[in-house]
Design a protein around this ligand. Structure first.
Ligand code: ADP
Length: 538
């Protein structure tokens, strides 16, 4: 039962891991779903803000283009050129000024003499005869410099934005030219100049924003949190203001729409997952409880066995002691025969008890290896000599050859080594009625260590193939009727194999029914004295 311990422990660990995996998987799923939905909605919002920024930039460009087109339309005009030539300001105001006022977009018109840089202008509220130039000289120079950049061609920005009296303005400039070009003797750069100005105020911004279907359009000193914005730059690239608006939030709308079904779906999955995790953990707990009970039962059984064996040994020692004392007294032939029988039975009983005790010690983990130097050849010799009495008694030969390990000294548990070999050799003699038993030993390199390989072959009854796999099980006997007569507990090989495992070794068997068996015991040791001895044949 204790063999099953580690596997059942693995089972519990596996089911605990399954539960953890379940919960972990669920959390990962919830996290993955929520974060991807949030990511998608954020991404939607970001893209929407970006595209609304493009739209607004386009709207502002269109506004500037309209101003430029307007100033060009009003500049190629024979009558206007004539009126400037003769300084007919009332004509200019009534024709250009009022026309512009009708359009409702122009806020300022300024005429400039290119040579003197003198200007006069008109804006909403000016008297009919106009008034002197409205633009400060430096701004005027900046605007006129626009023409210098590209005096004739279209396609270059000829509109600038500037701050004037705390307001944002757009200005554009063109030369006032007769339809058929400059008159004879007048150079292009002597043509009078005309500047158009438009305020870019909140009202006008709303007009720009309306077709873009964006709300909250206005100017601001700086970008605002929770608002989308683009900067307005003057001709030097300096930010003079920001256009801000309420950003579109399609992602947030999507989030709102999917929130309810998503939460329901996640709750459903979590519930199902929770129920199955509960089942798994309950089964794990049940398994654990069963295992603990089994281990406790196994432990108390082993303890019981150990106690009983111990208790049995004490009176047996008494019986043997008394028998030995009896042996020293004068006995007649019959009494001696009875005493011999007593010895045989008592010794068999002692062997059984010590097997049980050994077995229970190994099972409970109380049997530890005691490491010390020992000579395996000497152990083999002792064992073979000891068992030879029994072999002789049965009339079978017992041969040994351990020349190869003569003189070898290793570090290990000599007692355990001896116990394994004793069991194998005594089994060989026990289960052989005709022929011989041969014990050989050799060395085999095993990494940094050296294995001692002991081979015990016999010409005995052999083991049926179906029993071969089970002879190392405790209390197993291949043929119980026969073994009982040959004595035994079915524990010898179980103990031997356990000891071999403790020594990192193992016992293997080959057998042919009716022809004999060969048991090979190999275990690795640290060698402290190398071989060097003569051939030994018993
Ligand atoms: P026991 O010898 O006390 O019955 P063991 O554990 O030593 O118990 O052996 C288990 C069984 O394996 C034996 O009962 C016997 O059937 C079989 N067995 C062991 N060694 C031999 C052998 N050398 N030849 C034939 N059968 C063997």
């Amino acid at each position: 039962m204790s063999d099953a311990g580690p596997e059942a422990d693995d089972g519990i660990r596996l089911s605990q891991r399954l539960v953890a995996l379940h919960i972990g998987g669920m959390l990962v799923l919830v996290f993955a779903v929520l974060s991807s939905i949030l990511w998608v909605s954020r991404e939607h919002n970001r893209l929407a803000v970006e595209s609304s920024q493009d739209l607004v930039r386009g709207g502002i460009s269109a506004f500037r283009l309209r101003l430029r087109t307007l100033v060009r339309d009003y500049s190629i005009w024979d009558e206007a050129y004539q009126a400037i030539e003769v300084d007919d300001r009332p004509w200019l105001y009534s024709n250009i000024g009022s026309a512009a006022a009708e359009i409702g977009t122009l806020d300022m018109i300024e005429f400039v003499d290119p040579l003197s840089r003198e200007s006069f202008g008109w804006h909403a509220g000016s008297p009919p005869e106009g008034e002197p130039g409205l633009l400060p000289p430096d701004l005027l120079e900046t605007i006129l410099a626009l023409l210098g950049r590209d005096p004739s061609e279209e396609g270059v920005a000829k509109t600038i934005l500037a701050k004037l009296d705390g307001e944002i303005w757009a200005f554009s400039v063109a030369r006032v030219t007769p339809v058929n070009g400059p008159p004879e003797g007048v150079a292009v750069d002597e043509l009078p100049l005309q500047i158009h100005g438009m305020r870019l105020n909140d009202a006008r911004l709303r007009q720009i924003g309306a077709p873009l279907m964006l709300s909250g359009f206005r100017l601001a000193e700086r970008p605002l949190a929770d608002s989308a914005s683009i900067p307005l730059l003057d001709h030097q690239g300096q930010v003079i203001s920001y256009v801000v608006w309420t950003p579109p939030t399609p992602g947030a709308r999507i989030l709102k729409q999917v929130a309810v079904p998503l939460v329901i779906a996640l709750l459903t999955v979590a519930t199902i997952s929770g129920i199955s995790a509960r089942h798994v953990s309950r089964s794990a707990r049940r398994l654990e409880r069963a295992l603990r009970d089994a281990q406790a039962a196994d432990h108390s059984k082993t303890e019981f066995l150990s106690n009983v064996s111990h208790e049995l040994r004490t009176p047996m020692n008494g019986i043997l002691g008394v028998a030995q004392l009896l042996e020293t007294t004068p006995l007649d032939a019959e009494q001696q025969e009875l005493l011999a029988m007593l010895f045989t039975s008592a010794n068999a009983q002692m062997a059984l008890i010590s097997d049980l005790l050994d077995f229970s010690r190994i099972e409970s983990g109380n049997r530890q290896l005691a490491l010390a130097p020992f000579r395996p050849a000497a152990q083999l010799r002792d064992v073979v000599d000891m068992i030879r009495v029994a072999a002789d008694g049965k009339g079978i030969r017992l041969d040994g050859d351990w020349t190869e390990i003569d003189g070898v000294e290793v570090i290990g548990d000599g007692k355990a080594f001896r116990q394994v070999v004793t069991n194998l050799v005594s089994n060989a003699v026990k289960f052989t009625s005709v022929g011989h038993v041969e014990v050989t030993a050799g060395l085999r390199a095993d990494g940094p260590l050296t294995s001692i390989v002991v081979r015990v072959s016999d010409t005995g009854r052999g083991i049926p193939p179906e029993a071969l796999g089970r002879i190392f099980d405790r209390f197993y006997q291949a043929d119980s009727s026969m073994t009982r007569s040959a004595e035994g507990t079915g524990l010898g090989l179980a103990i031997s194999q356990s000891l071999a495992f403790m020594m990192d070794g193992r016992i293997e068997v080959e057998s042919e029914l009716g022809r004999g068996s060969t048991f090979v015991f190999a275990a690795p040791f640290e060698v402290v004295a190398e071989p060097g001895g003569a051939r030994h044949a018993a």
